[in-house]
Design a protein around this ligand. Structure first.
Ligand SMILES: *[C@@H]1O[C@H](CO)[C@@H](O)[C@H](O)[C@H]1NC(C)=O
Length: 207
């Protein structure tokens, strides 16, 4: 009887171990993020990030704020402006397809006059709007959680997404104050910031 009980508790320990091993893996392939043509986004390929709705500014680009450096993530004022393409790199090494709700780095494929890299990074809270800005540069902290964003499917529309900061692949045991990005008007410049209106976006592969 005692032996059976021991075997019973051992097998439940094994079950717990087996479940944690499954949880530690990236959850079995979430849906790929699709571009404007319906093709899965790929790492290392250039995409423009376009607003999915009109009259909210243009493509995502680098923005000069008060100082010349660092540059911030923001939007073009007009939908006819070029914007800058970005390259996505998944946190999970070896992944080549960009999937929904997975941590990834976003880097503008452009040269900058600033010493900082053109990688997106969680920036400071704007005192006026209380929204967290997205700046460019490398997060030098141990896990670099500030450099990992994710793409979520928007509630409505085909191939329409939103961009969030919630790096739980990078640190599953951390608790983050997660947020989703949208435009923030600052004296005519459109900054990209968390914690307010959300910008639905479409990814357009650079021709
Ligand atoms: C948008 O217009 C504002 C005000 O005229 C200007 O300061 C800003 O640089 C413009 N943004 C871009 C991306 O050109």
């Amino acid at each position: 009887m005692k032996l059976l009980g021991l075997i019973g508790s051992l097998s439940s320990i094994w079950l717990v171990l087996a479940i944690s091993a499954v949880v530690a893996q990236p959850s079995s392939s979430p849906a790929p993020v699709l571009d404007s043509e319906g093709s899965p986004l790929q790492s290392g390929v250039e995409y423009y990030i376009n607003p999915a709705i009109t009259d909210v500014g243009g493509r995502l680009t680098l923005i000069k704020r008060n100082d010349p450096c660092p540059l911030y993530v923001g939007q073009e004022n007009s939908s006819v402006s070029d914007g800058l393409p970005v390259i996505f790199t998944p946190f999970f090494e070896g992944e080549t397809v960009i999937r929904e709700n997975r941590d990834l780095r976003i880097v503008f494929s452009a040269s900058s006059t600033c010493v900082q890299s053109t990688a997106w990074k969680l920036g400071e809270r704007d005192p006026e709007s209380q929204r967290r800005l997205i700046v460019t540069g490398e997060d030098e902290s141990r896990l670099s959680t500030g450099n990992y964003f994710r793409i979520e499917k928007a509630a409505v529309g085909d191939n329409i997404y939103q961009i969030s900061w919630c790096p739980t692949d990078v640190c599953p045991i951390c608790r983050f104050d997660c947020g989703t990005g949208g435009g923030l008007d600052e004296n005519g410049k459109i900054l990209f910031a968390l914690d307010g209106n959300v910008l639905p976006v479409i990814f357009e592969r650079r021709a």
